[in-house]
Design a protein around this ligand. Structure first.
Ligand SMILES: [Zn+2]
Length: 843
């Protein structure tokens, strides 16, 4: 009996494990000298979710064992996990990998290369950590390439360099493996309600800071994307695959996606090649009677996604979506969906990609070469020569923008002489980006200000115009007569270390318009250095000559300091952040307020409570956390809504509410928040966080609800088939709107001009406040700058408030209709948040 029980238990346990023979055709013979995944994992693939450290160990071992594989660490995730890139090819070609790469890239730049070069295929797995069938399948893909014998694999490896990016989001993968494995019993639960299948907050889709890395290919705010895009351009793959998962009740998707939702800059040939490759995926999934679909649900529009970025960079990007078991097994309308089945499907379409790319080799190579060789001809057909982006006063923001272009292999040239055209004057150092370069199509897509679209249904944002996000003025240049620019593209000039004379100085000062000025102020305050913020502008006689400091500039009066080494710390911190320091010898100024004025406001170090957890938008809380942590040097305390009432709020200066449903904030918390604001606290709410402030009457302003916005659209007589199109018109999936800033308002300190582009993906509207001096930022009368929004929505947003700030007792309430730190790359509007941290109490 006992033996029988043990056997039964073993059987139940064993039934979840599929041996390696489950995954591969019995015709394939494997080299016994190469370790199978289970030799290292201690279990069969799919039995547990692979941990990232196990994956690294196995891949490293394979590369040691097989002459066909090599491995490199191309970077590290935020949590310091290695980002791996394996290359697989024949043992002979492996010996001369670098010269093959060089020949491949040289051919794309128009060089005549006689030698045969293999195609480069990039296999990217599980950029969303909780879509882990991809990374688990990568173990098998690598094993196959290292160990399979026979003509087929030989032919494959001779004709291709296969790059494997086995875990595109190691921190997310690790978070999900931990979740799924720690909820796995010996007997698996397929009940969708089981905790294993219902992730906590934050989900493991995202990276360390809860960002979606599959939106970051264009924005490059994270080390994972920066490393990947650098390698992408290093290798210029012919085809790039991107393996995902979707809802459990779905089947399998592979591109082409919805034809009308392909980015217009993508050549038609790209889509027909995608279609040709699709036949190979269909064939292999047919052979196992797996359900699948194409040309539905998924689009190919936003160029910052893994399957679209390649399309505007000369490659063919392919998206795969497998129904998710989100755990080890889950019930679905198609029966129990096992993790091992999802892994097998990702393996199958990896193999069909290999077969398709090998068979279509000459077509794909010709396509990729033509993509780049056509650039010159296409650029010459345009009615303008390029763009000039103005440098402005904030060196950091400008450099971040220029570095972003550089990372995408766009050449931008600093002007060497002032230039006047079309009534505008450009300065030395402004950037000229000529269209006439290999990245022509990418430039067009990154600078696009399109507002009219063939199809208005967007799965993601429809506007992402890069200079708008950085609040940098830019224009198309249609006459280049007299334009003089550097022969070499922009590169960062090293910052000269700051040296100041410590003697005879009355005060030091730095300007607020530098992006990192709030960070410097914060770091100084954290070290006990006393800092004053100028509420009005002043001109001072400095060591560097007479200088006008605009409102918001920071003064560090020598007479107030108590620590002995404060000058050394100040110069060290300012040097690290590359912020110029001015020394001032007297408190008396020739113009504007004097240094001892009451309008030199003592600044306080912000202590931020950031509300997160269930009910709050994981992305927005992550973006706010990232902004505070990485760009301001601040550690916010992140707290779930239901814990708010139990906290001593007096230790915080600011509470931040991201978009979210604030239903769990109980009455105890509400009354604590009221008295905390009355006593001097600053509360910031954005989108539904702002709505909560209005609902709680902390802010009195008329609003237009999303429901009222929807009602602007007549639905009478619309056929059912119009349902999706109507919903698309009613929402703003993500577009850029122009706002007007009141430059004299403390929350607008540091802005150089009154126009400010804002990112909008909400239709909740704050009407123009009738209370005087509270509309710090409002939308212009014709606000849409880039992306899609319906006229009815635009007309409601025109003239409405984007940011309202008002006093409440001794404290302040700041409400913003939008998210100023969207996806971490809105370097322009993020200043509104920084200002609220230091200047909201000065309104
Ligand atoms: Zn995904």
């Amino acid at each position: 009996m006992r033996i029988f029980l043990i056997l039964l238990v073993l059987c139940v346990f064993q039934s979840q494990a599929k041996p390696i023979s489950y995954y591969f055709s019995p015709d394939i013979e494997f080299d016994q000298g190469i370790s199978k995944p289970s030799d290292i994992l201690g279990y069969e693939v799919g039995e547990w979710h692979v941990r990232h450290d196990q994956l690294v160990r196995y891949m490293t071992l394979l590369a040691e064992q097989s002459p066909r594989l090599s491995i490199s660490t191309i970077g590290y995730s935020h949590e310091r996990r290695p980002l791996l890139l394996l290359s697989a090819t024949s043992a002979v070609q492996q010996q001369k990998l670098e010269s093959i790469r060089q020949a491949h890239v040289a051919r794309l730049t128009g060089e005549k290369i006689k030698a045969h070069t293999p195609n480069v295929i990039w296999m990217g797995y599980s950029v969303h950590g909780n879509e882990s069938s991809g990374s688990n399948a990568a173990l098998l893909v690598a094993y196959y390439l290292a160990a399979a014998k026979g003509e087929e694999v030989k032919h494959l490896l001779e004709n291709n360099i296969i790059l494997i990016d086995p875990a595109m989001n190691p921190d997310g993968l690790a978070r999900f493996a931990h979740w799924a494995n720690s909820h796995r019993g010996q007997v698996l639960s397929s009940d969708p309600a089981h905790r294993e299948h219902v992730e906590g907050w934050p989900s493991a889709r995202t990276n360390h800071y809860w960002f979606d890395l599959n939106r970051d290919w264009l924005l490059l705010q994270h080390p994972e994307s920066r490393a990947r895009v650098a390698q992408f351009h290093h290798w210029k793959p012919t085809v790039l695959t991107d393996f995902h998962e979707m809802g459990t009740n779905s089947s399998y998707f592979f591109q082409p996606g919805i034809p009308s939702r392909t980015h217009p800059i993508t050549p038609d040939r790209n889509q027909s090649l995608t279609q040709k490759l699709a036949a190979y995926h269909a064939q292999i999934l047919d052979s196992e009677q797996q359900l699948y679909f194409t040309q539905e649900s998924f689009d190919d529009f936003y160029i910052g996604k893994g399957s679209t970025y390649p399309d505007v960079n000369g490659s063919v990007g392919i998206l795969f979506e497998q129904a998710s078991s989100r755990g080890h097994v889950q019930e679905s309308i198609n029966g129990d969906l096992h993790f091992y089945r999802t892994i097998k499907n990702q393996l199958l379409t990896s193999l069909s990609t290999f077969a398709g790319v090998t068979a279509l080799k000459s077509e794909l190579t010709a396509y990729q070469q033509a993509f780049f060789s056509q650039s010159a001809q296409l650029a010459s057909k345009e009615k303008y020569h390029g763009y000039i982006v103005e440098k402005g006063l904030d060196a950091f923001r400008f450099e971040q923008f220029a570095e972003l272009l550089q990372s995408h292999h766009i050449s931008a040239y600093p002007l060497t002489k002032g230039f006047k055209t079309a009534g505008k004057e450009y300065q030395i150092g402004d950037l000229y980006i000529p269209l006439q370069q290999a990245q022509f199509r990418f430039i067009k897509a990154a600078f696009s200000t399109q507002t009219d679209f063939e199809d208005n249904t967007f799965y993601d944002v429809s506007g992402w115009t890069l200079p708008y996000a950085f609040d940098l003025d830019f224009s198309k240049i249609s006459s280049s007569w007299g334009l003089k620019y550097s022969d070499t593209p922009w590169h960062k000039v090293p910052f000269e270390p700051i040296s100041v004379q410590p003697d005879g100085v009355y005060a030091y000062a730095f300007e607020w318009h530098h992006y990192l000025a709030p960070k410097l102020a914060n770091l100084l305050l954290a070290e006990g250095i006393k800092v004053r913020g100028a509420l009005k502008s002043f001109t001072a006689q400095t060591q560097q000559g007479k200088h006008t400091f605009s409102a918001g500039s920071i003064v560090i009066p020598a007479g107030l300091q108590t620590s002995s080494n404060w000058v050394a710390r100040l110069t060290e911190l300012a040097t690290n952040l590359e912020i110029p320091l001015f020394s001032i010898a007297t408190g008396l100024t020739p113009q504007g307020i004097d240094l001892g004025s009451r309008l030199m406001s003592p600044l306080e170090q912000p202590h931020v409570l950031l509300v997160g957890g269930k009910g709050s938008s994981q992305y927005e809380v992550g973006e706010l956390w990232y902004q505070l942590d990485r760009h301001l040097g601040l550690a916010p305390t992140i707290v779930e809504q239901h814990r708010l009432g139990k906290l001593d709020l007096t230790r915080y200066t600011h509470i931040i509410l991201a978009d979210g449903r604030y239903e769990q904030v109980d009455n105890q918390a509400k009354s604590a928040i009221y008295s905390w604001v009355k006593n001097g606290g600053v509360i910031w709410g954005q989108k539904r966080g702002a709505k909560w402030l209005v609902d709680q009457q902390l802010l009195k302003i008329e609003t237009v609800s999303t429901k009222e916005m929807k009602a602007l659209f007549k639905t009478d007589g619309l056929p059912y088939s119009e349902r999706e199109a109507l919903a698309a018109k009613q929402r703003i999936a993500g577009a850029i709107f122009q706002a007007q800033v009141d430059l004299s308002h403390p929350l607008a300190f540091g802005f150089e001009d009154a126009t400010l582009p804002l990112f909008k993906n909400s239709t909740w509207v704050m009407k123009h406040s009738t209370k005087p001096f509270t509309n710090a930022v409002k939308y212009t009368s014709t606000p849409l700058l880039s992306g899609y929004a319906d006229e009815r929505n635009i007309s409601q947003i025109a003239g409405s408030s984007a940011l309202v700030a008002t006093r409440y007792g001794k404290g302040a309430v700041v409400a913003m209709a939008d998210n100023p730190v969207f996806r971490g790359y809105w370097y322009g509007s993020s200043r509104l948040l920084s200002n609220a941290l230091f200047y909201a109490n000065s309104i």
